[in-house]
Every structure is written in structure tokens, then in C-alpha cells.
Design a protein around this ligand. Structure first.
Ligand code: CO
Length: 519
């Protein structure tokens, strides 16, 4: 067994509050913790990406790059890590290569060091551009394999995926278990198998949701994993990562146990306990408990609690078990896809539609695209009958190519649009606008109203400071899978049609379902 010291990456500033406080931690709440976080010797701090960019802009009215700058300034010693959804960047659908490249370049320029890049289908073609862009910027590209359990996903399949990730030029591999479902023994087999076949470091990322997190880490450590992700309580354990103090206790006297300053850790714990109390409106005791139900359904715990609330609101609580039993069926038909943003949302909504209306009677636009290959290659083939129904109902043809190859460059148009609106049109604003057009406009309008310096365009001219009505962009119109769809141009699927809220019409009544990001 390798006796190299184990590394701890810290997730409290991203996954910690995304998993336990609906991604609502503000930059102001992070700042007092930075000195201690930076001094402790974590191998990296996860500070950005996942749902934080969306939530920060939408709910906290923070411009994403401003947060990155502030965090970077406060932690000069420790590398920063961000979670990137491959070709989806930090959204739910594919973006053209030039937008992905510009996003990565901007993040690198603002101090991001490690890009943890995943694709929900484990289709490595969907992470190629981001990996190349990170390398081009002289940064660390970490390729991800999303763990899921299915008859298709053998340990050997994951090992092969790890080998492919090294072959494509990544600097490290992350085994990402976003749902906390890897059993310890299986994690050890995966880690050992991958370590035997690759030279680059292997990171293990899991959640404590089902009570398996810390034992799984221990097994991975024994099998030679190079690094694990931990957080700081109370933004730890439960649906989050195991906390640092507990992992240190678990590893006491272990030859690979890293050294951490306990006094600083205690101080951080106190700080974050205060923040957790401040965020009580967004925390949920159910997320703090060990939830073995997630194991029975093999779905992320966050999906369970979220769904239960949603179904209750819609007076469908008696169908909860039916909906959850439908999830493995939908996954199987769609090629045994892992459940992670955005597939967790897509599968969840389709399961509801199948239970409500009969199987595949009502195909959501996103499930349609998934079945037709527009999100990429699924791990196993899509059920041919389901693919045929999707093609017939949508009038679209299945594709086999890398989906982003169908997309035209957009940066020039984004810049033109922003300039025409009198808004800043630098690359930072363009890439955020590509993903969150309405949210960015709302943010900039609110900022102007608050009497701050009016935004200037890229030529430095002052923009029109008059408040404008924030017209909803058609690009973010909420899809209504249960209702009648507006006609979609062939390219429309690649616009950011955010399936954050789904409308479902049942017996003439319209209901909305909101699903959380699982990553
Ligand atoms: Co996670």
C-alpha cells in the first residue's frame, strides 16, 4: 500500500452549502473563514461552479466573477477548484465550444486553478473542449467519472473510463459519487483498479447521505486513493461530505493521516455554525440525517426529499412510491444514465410524467433530446422503442455525433446583444449572459437602480442608466412538458431552455415542479 500522505480537498464553500443550505451561502459569510481555510493545508478549496454561479446571481445578487475574485484574494496560498458540467458549463444544456472556451479562460484569469469537469452521461466527448481549454490556460484539468449503479456499470467499466480520462490528457481523475451510493468495498475495487492502470492522481468524492461516506473514504484510502473531499460541519455530513474533524479522528494513527491544526478547525466550525444558523430558512433537518432510503431507490437523497415535498404540494403524495419505482425504469430505457445535474432533473420529471399519464405518453422535451442522443452518448444504448417514440413525437432525427459539433459559435452574437442593450460586453459578461440571460439582466438592472456605477460597455462608454423593464428572454421560457409546446426550431434545443421549473398539466390544472441541482 502506498504510504504517501493523504490529501484533503475542502468543499465547504461549494458542495457543503449546495448540499445542506440550498447554495445560499453569501460571499460575505465566507470571507471571515478564508484566513483559516487558507492556512490549514487543504490541497484545494472548492469555491465555484456547480449551482453556486446560478444561485449566487439569481438569489444573492452577486456577480459570479466578483465572488471568485474575493475568495481568491482571501486565500492566496491554496489552489482553487471548481465544478464544471463539461459542455453544459454550469447550466443544463450544451453550449458551443467558443462559449465553453471563453468561460474556462475567464475563470482561469480570475484565479481558478483546478477544473473538475464532468459529463452527466460520462460521454467524454462532452468534456474534451473544457479539458483542452483548461490545459491551454496552463491549469489543472481533472476528468470525472460519475458513479452510478446499474447492471451496465461494472467496476471494470469504470476502470476503463479512468484509463480513457488519463489518455485524453487530464491531470487527475475524480471518482464522483454525487449521491453517496458507493459502498466501501466497491470504492476500493474501483480505486485499486484505476490506480493500477493510470499514473495520474485519483480523487474520491462522495456524500454522507446514506451513511456510507466516511467508511467509503476509509476503504478508498486503504486502496491507495490520493485525495478525498471533506467539508466543515455543519455544512458537512448528511447530504454533504464527511467533516474534516471526523475524518481526522477516523484516520488517527493511520500512516497516511494528514496533519491539521485542530484549533483553527475548531474556529472554522464555530464560524460556520453561525452561518448555518443564519441560513436556517434554507436548511432542512432531513438533510442532516443518515437516509438509507436513498440506497433502496439508488437515487440522490436530495432528489428524495425534494420530490416528497413537490408531490405533496401537488396532492400526488400517494404516488411517491410509484414515481420512485419508475426512476430505474426510465434510467434503463434512457441507457442507464447516472443521476446528476441535469439528468437527475430530466429523469425525475419523466418518471412523474410516466406515472401520471402512462409510460412515454408524455415525453418531456429534455427526455426527448436525451433519447435522441442530443445530450451525448448514453452509457448503454437507449431502448430502441423509446427512441422511436421520441423521434416520432418530436419529428427530430437521432444523432450520433458529439452534440456540440451541431452548434454554431455564439460569442460574437452575445457581445453584440449585450452591447445593443448598453450592458458590459466583456467575456465575463458574455459567458454569464449565455447561460443566465434574464438573471444577468435583472442583476445589472437592480445594480443600476441601487445607484452604483452604471455599467460601461467594452469601449468604456457609459451605458444607459435608465431602468429598463427586464423582458423575459424567450431563451429561458420554462418548458412545459405536460402542456402544448411552442414550435421549436431545430437549433432551439441547444438554447438554455432551463428545466429548472417544469409545468405539468393534470386534469386541466397546471402544476409546477422545481428540482434541485445534484452535483
Ligand atoms: Co458532490
Amino acid at each position: 500500500m502506498a504510504q504517501t500522505p493523504l490529501k484533503f480537498g475542502n468543499t465547504v464553500l461549494r458542495d457543503g452549502h449546495q448540499s445542506l443550505a440550498a447554495t445560499r451561502m453569501t460571499t460575505a459569510q465566507m470571507l471571515p473563514a478564508l484566513e483559516d481555510l487558507d492556512a490549514l493545508g487543504f490541497s484545494c478549496l472548492e469555491t465555484w461552479g456547480g449551482a453556486t454561479i446560478d444561485a449566487g446571481l439569481r438569489f444573492l445578487k452577486e456577480f459570479p466573477f466578483d465572488r471568485l475574485d474575493a475568495l481568491r484574494k482571501g486565500t492566496p496560498k491554496t489552489p482553487h477548484m471548481m465544478l464544471l458540467r463539461g459542455q453544459n458549463i454550469v447550466q443544463y444544456s450544451n453550449f458551443p465550444d467558443d462559449v465553453v472556451e471563453a468561460f474556462v479562460a475567464c475563470a482561469a484569469r480570475h484565479g481558478m486553478d483546478i477544473f473538475r469537469i464532468f459529463d452527466a452521461l460520462n460521454d467524454l466527448r462532452n468534456i474534451e473542449t473544457a479539458v483542452r481549454a483548461a490545459k491551454h490556460a496552463g491549469k489543472h484539468a481533472q476528468g470525472v467519472l460519475c458513479y452510478t449503479s446499474s447492471p451496465f456499470h461494472t467496476v471494470e467499466k469504470f476502470i476503463e473510463l479512468g484509463v480513457e480520462i488519463e489518455r485524453m490528457g487530464c491531470d487527475s481523475i475524480c471518482i464522483k459519487d454525487m449521491a453517496g451510493l458507493i459502498p466501501p468495498y466497491k470504492a476500493a475495487l474501483m480505486v485499486r483498479g484505476i490506480k493500477q492502470r493510470v499514473k495520474i492522481p485519483v480523487v474520491l468524492h462522495t456524500h454522507e447521505t446514506a451513511g456510507l461516506g466516511a467508511p467509503t473514504y476509509y476503504a478508498g484510502i486503504e486502496a491507495g486513493v490520493d485525495e478525498i473531499d471533506v467539508s466543515i460541519s455543519p455544512f458537512a455530513n448528511g447530504t454533504g461530505q464527511p467533516d474534516t474533524v471526523r475524518m481526522l479522528a477516523l484516520l488517527e494513527d493511520h500512516p497516511r493521516c494528514p496533519q491539521f491544526d485542530r484549533a483553527r478547525l475548531a474556529r472554522l466550525g464555530e464560524h460556520f455554525a453561525g452561518v448555518y444558523r443564519e441560513l436556517h430558512a434554507f436548511t432542512n433537518p432531513a438533510n442532516e440525517r443518515v437516509d438509507t432510503e436513498a440506497l433502496a431507490f439508488q437515487v440522490p437523497g436530495g432528489m428524495l426529499s425534494n420530490f416528497r415535498n413537490q408531490l405533496k404540494e401537488q396532492r400526488m403524495e400517494d404516488r411517491f412510491d410509484d414515481v420512485f419505482r419508475e426512476i430505474p425504469y426510465v434510467r434503463q430505457c434512457l441507457g442507464w444514465i447516472p443521476l446528476v445535474t441535469p439528468t437527475s432533473q430530466i429523469v425525475g420529471v419523466q418518471a412523474i410524467l410516466n406515472v401520471k399519464f402512462g409510460r412515454w405518453k408524455n415525453f418531456s422535451p429534455q427526455a426527448t433530446d436525451l433519447a435522441l442522443g442530443l445530450y451525448g452518448r448514453t452509457p448503454a444504448p437507449v431502448d430502441p422503442e423509446v427512441r422511436a417514440i421520441a423521434a416520432r413525437k418530436s419529428g427530430k432525427d437521432p444523432v450520433e455525433c458529439r452534440p456540440a459539433d451541431l452548434l454554431k459559435p455564439r460569442m460574437a452574437d452575445l457581445r453584440k446583444e449585450l452591447t445593443a442593450k448598453g450592458l458590459p460586453a466583456d467575456d465575463e459578461h458574455c459567458v454569464i449572459y449565455a447561460m443566465f440571460p434574464r438573471e444577468l439582466e435583472d442583476y445589472l438592472t437592480a445594480k443600476q437602480r441601487a445607484g452604483e456605477t452604471p455599467p460601461a460597455d467594452d469601449n468604456g462608454r457609459e451605458a444607459n442608466p435608465a431602468p429598463r423593464a427586464a423582458a423575459p428572454s424567450p431563451a429561458v421560457a420554462q418548458p412545459a412538458p405536460g402542456g402544448r409546446e411552442a414550435p421549436r426550431s431545430p437549433g432551439a434545443v441547444f438554447q438554455p431552455d432551463v428545466p429548472r421549473r417544469f409545468a405539468i398539466t393534470v386534469d386541466g390544472q397546471r402544476h409546477e415542479v422545481t428540482l434541485e441541482d445534484i452535483d
